[in-house]
Design a protein around this ligand. Structure first.
Ligand SMILES: [Zn+2]
Length: 185
């Protein structure tokens, strides 16, 4: 059979299929997880892996839930601004719906200051360039490089080694590496 199965948590609020996968925690991460949002009712729960295939879940006490919103982000492109549309959940902390003004402020803080884009770029559902919703070629290709399967993407020094042209010439990582030292001919 060309099939395999995965384990997902049942939501302790709605008893529905939460969409939250847990079996990736079985190998080396026994312990607590969450709060995660149920895809059915959007309320939050926490859980614990007691053993592979044995998971307990409980409702998150602060009653935080999410609703769906779209967020528009912008970067200056070659000729005009390029817009990114993000399918990013709106959080209602402690079950309280904040005003639109508060939401704009907290969402701006989230995207511009609080978080690294690598955490949410996969939420992008549209790119709009000069009114074109199918904008081929708004990004310029620079270079492709082979890496081993276990390449460590959490180690910043790896990026300067791999793509020195993406860093200013005098930028150093750990006070040692600079692109000038590494620039490929
Ligand atoms: Zn639920």
């Amino acid at each position: 059979m060309a099939l395999y199965k995965q384990d997902f948590a049942i939501c302790p609020w709605c008893n529905g299929e939460s969409g939250c996968r847990v079996d990736h925690l079985y190998n080396d991460h026994w312990g607590g997880f969450g709060p995660w949002a149920c895809k059915e009712c959007r309320r939050h729960f926490r859980g614990k892996v007691n053993a592979p295939g044995e998971v307990t879940v409980e409702r998150d006490k602060d009653a935080t839930f999410t609703s769906r919103q779209m967020v528009l982000l912008k970067i200056e492109g070659k000729a005009c601004p390029v817009y990114f549309v993000m399918d990013h959940p709106r959080y209602h902390h402690n079950g309280k719906v904040e005003s639109d003004e508060e939401r704009q402020g907290s969402t701006q803080f989230f995207f511009e200051e609080h978080s690294c884009p690598t955490n949410w770029l996969d939420e992008c559902v549209a790119v709009i360039d000069d009114g074109d919703c199918d904008p081929h070629g708004f990004l310029e290709f620079v270079r492709a490089v082979d890496v081993p399967d276990d390449f460590d993407t959490d180690n910043d020094a790896n990026w300067i080694t791999l793509f020195p042209e993406a860093f200013p010439a005098d930028k150093s990582i750990d006070g040692e590496l600079t692109p000038a030292m590494l620039q490929k001919p």
